[in-house]
Design a protein around this ligand. Structure first.
Ligand code: FES
Ligand code: FES
Length: 156
């Protein structure tokens, strides 16, 4: 099957690679670039574990054909920390026990990053609404919502 060349900036680094027709961004990130934080859960847009930012907007990367975002800026969880230093959202998740098995965590954090970039002081309900596309089977969501609100406070 013919492949096409795709150029993206991923976590600040320019990347050029071959992708199959209709290959998902999630597959490109995991299988071609070795970035494994975004998870393959449902692979059909239902769980949010694959959430990354494309040009600062959260997207379910399993639903995005990578050839349609040529030259975009992609950010994944691997690009959030500053070296060894976790960012406020990551640290709040850690401190607030907002992760258990961790399968949803990368997607949750990227959704939270997008929310806080757009709305630095969200209400409880706005956080709940923002993460409504991200499924967590473990935590009951309370600790996650609290961690995102805590992160907003840390950034003030
Ligand atoms: S793996 Fe993409 S939404 Fe579930
Ligand atoms: S921590 Fe297990 S799915 Fe969210």
């Amino acid at each position: 099957m013919p492949s096409s060349v795709v150029n993206l900036t991923v976590n600040g680094r320019e990347q050029e690679f071959l992708a199959r027709p209709a290959e998902s961004l999630l597959t490109s990130l995991r299988d071609r670039l070795g970035l494994m934080a975004a998870k393959r859960g449902c692979a059909q847009g239902s769980c949010g574990t694959c959430t990354v930012l494309v040009d600062d907007k959260p997207v379910m990367s399993c639903l995005v054909a990578v050839e349609t975002i040529e030259a975009a800026e992609v950010r994944t969880l691997e690009g959030v920390a500053d070296g060894e230093r976790l960012d406020e959202v990551q640290q709040a998740f850690l401190d607030g026990f907002a992760t258990q098995c961790g399968f949803c965590t990368a997607g949750m954090i990227m959704t939270a990053e997008a929310l806080l970039a757009e709305n630095p002081d969200p209400t409880h309900d706005e956080v709940v609404e923002a993460i409504s596309g991200n499924v967590c089977r473990c935590t009951g969501y309370r600790a996650i919502v609290a961690a995102i609100l805590d992160a907003a406070g840390r950034r003030k």
